[in-house]
Design a protein around this ligand. Structure first.
Ligand code: ATP
Ligand code: MG
Length: 252
């Protein structure tokens, strides 16, 4: 049994079957990549995991509990956090002010409480925010406006805002999209560090195969809303079904 078990999930948008009988099992403390061509249903699947979309049928279990029928904040409290395809940060606030937002929410009980239980004042919140910024090597940028950050740093800040919630499952939707190579490599290093230090499980959607093969231990290939193959990176490389998914008829 994986920490995340998706079984028989279907989702239609009008006449379009965006997800057709999707099964996915993500093992605890692994990085599981979901790859596939544009429109394959990757983001739709992630949206079904966090309560943004409700599947037409099927089940989604996290740690043996159903996420279906729960509101997004409840799913978040269960231990699932998500980094969006476009960074969800407050561009007119400083890095530190952004970072303090989930810390307040955490203290006030919006997220699972662990380390913060004893901290009831702003100084504690600030300390917590600064500690998290230090962990992602952004403490020196704490007074910069978030809108002025590079794309890579915006992502890094957003990840830190997720991590401070102490998720057990981190969902990442194209974490390196549009990044320069140096930022991409920094993001790979950061995710490796996070995984090692925090022992969390990650499900990552990614088009950049350099990122996928640097991080993933299992890979699921989605095409037209259906998983084609799930295997290790070594077995996925050069797999005929993967070529077919990306090249369609041209593969034959
Ligand atoms: N809210 C929606 N309403 C109608 N159709 C949608 C909606 N969201 C997604 N779709 C369609 O569902 C299909 C799957 O979309 P999805 O965004 O999940 O693909 P994706 O694999 O994430 O693609 P990309 O790699 O381009 O991000 C596409 O055909 C898309 O146009
Ligand atoms: Mg997408």
């Amino acid at each position: 049994m994986g920490i995340l078990e998706v079984k028989g999930v279907n989702k239609r948008f009008g006449g379009l079957q965006a997800l057709g009988d999707v099964n996915l099992s993500v093992q605890e403390q692994t990085v599981h990549a979901i790859i596939g061509p544009n429109g394959a249903g990757k983001s739709t699947l992630l949206n079904c995991l966090v309560g943004k979309l409700i599947p037409d049928s099927g089940s989604v279990m996290f740690d043996n509990q159903s996420v279906l029928g729960r509101k997004p904040h409840e799913i978040n409290q269960m231990g699932i956090s998500r980094v969006f395809q476009t960074p969800e940060i407050f561009t007119d606030l400083t890095v530190l002010e952004n970072m303090m937002i989930p810390c307040f929410a955490k203290r006030d009980g919006a997220f699972r409480l662990h380390a913060l239980e004893s901290l009831g004042h702003e100084k504690g919140i600030r300390e917590m925010a600064e500690t998290m910024l230090e962990e992602v090597n952004m403490l020196d940028k704490r007074n910069a406006h978030a809108g002025s950050l590079s794309r890579g740093d915006k992502r890094r800040l957003e990840m830190a805002m997720c991590l401070v919630q102490e998720p057990r499952l981190l969902l990442l939707d194209e974490p390196t999209a549009g990044m320069a190579r140096a930022d991409t490599n920094n993001t790979i290093d950061l995710l490796k560090e996070i995984k090692e230090k925090r022992k969390i499980t990650m499900a990552i959607i990614e088009h950049d195969m350099h990122v996928v093969f640097s991080l993933a231990e299992r890979i699921t290939v989605l095409a037209q809303g259906t998983p084609l193959v799930e295997d290790t990176p070594d077995n996925i490389k050069g797999h005929p079904k993967v070529k077919e998914a990306y090249l369609g008829e041209a593969a034959h």
